[in-house]
Design a protein around this ligand. Sequence first.
Ligand SMILES: Nc1nc2c(ncn2[C@@H]2O[C@H](COP(=O)(O)OP(=O)(O)OP(=O)(O)O)[C@@H](O)[C@H]2O)c(=O)[nH]1
Ligand SMILES: [Mg+2]
Length: 304
Amino acid sequence: MKIIDLEESSDRPKLNWYPGHMAKASREIKAKIKLVDIIFEIRDARAPKTSGNPELDQILSQKSRLIILNKSNFVEASDLVRWEAWFKKQELNFIFVNVMDKIALKKVTKLAKKIIQQKNLKSNPHSSDQKKEKKKLKIMVIGLPNTGKSTVINQLAGRNATKVAPSPGQTQHQLWISIDNKENKDLELMDTPGVMPPHVSSETQGIWLSAIHAMPDVVIGEELTATYVVKYFLKNKSLYFKERFQLENFDGPVEAVMEKIAVLRGCIKEKGRPDLERVYKLILLEFRKGDLGKCCFEMPPLTK
Ligand SMILES: Nc1nc2c(ncn2[C@@H]2O[C@H](COP(=O)(O)OP(=O)(O)OP(=O)(O)O)[C@@H](O)[C@H]2O)c(=O)[nH]1
Ligand SMILES: [Mg+2]
């Protein structure tokens, strides 16, 4: 078992996943951006800053943008409050949601319309057209892989208009979806392939993105990611985690905790040896379903 520190180590390689289709997808996003009224940038609320994409920031800043921090049901309310304060300070349009929740999703479309109205008013304060609503609202949905872009679209459409999967890299091509139902009138959404930033600044951030499954497990390896996740819950003294795996304390070492989980869950190989490979898979599966308890990997930075 590799031993990793929760603290960052600068001498380790930066870990990232940037296959060819992402560079292409990134170019296509830039090319089509002028066709839309607003960008929905989907992030993962467990890594609110790191699940953004600094490479696209400059081009996105030219458009109305709503940052949708999805899967926020996996995050403690106290962490959400801290991050909300930080996003407000940055003067960014944002909303923390769980897009599986239809009522929460209503707030998203309402907020998007408000952002567009405000922008129109700002750019043309004396126009008499302010009251006239544009017929179709065109929205481009972008974000890191597996953050829930296609899910947002399907939830708004009320049907399986685009494919959703629990693994990264499902959407490979841009796709326009027209939505005109009882709840959502005259929307046109563009689904786009998930794009990772070309450079992830640190190994730790790479592991966060792996834990939330923005990149496939083969990139970083299940051992490193699962070990980090277990260390996270031990370090944060999660009572929920401790009870789930019947731990006596939070002291570790992490290897002993992994072995304990192996026994508890019957992950045993020949001669009674723990099957750690199965434990790593199990940890990641349960973590990604939210079964290990709430989590937020990063704290808001003190500066921008
Ligand atoms: N619990 C929870 N799961 C979600 C939420 N949104 C999406 N998911 C799940 O996350 C996984 C990825 O969703 P997708 O909509 O396929 O993600 P995507 O961003 O389109 O992914 P790519 O096309 O691969 O870039 C699926 O298993 C969804 O069911 C959410 O708000 N809460
Ligand atoms: Mg998708």
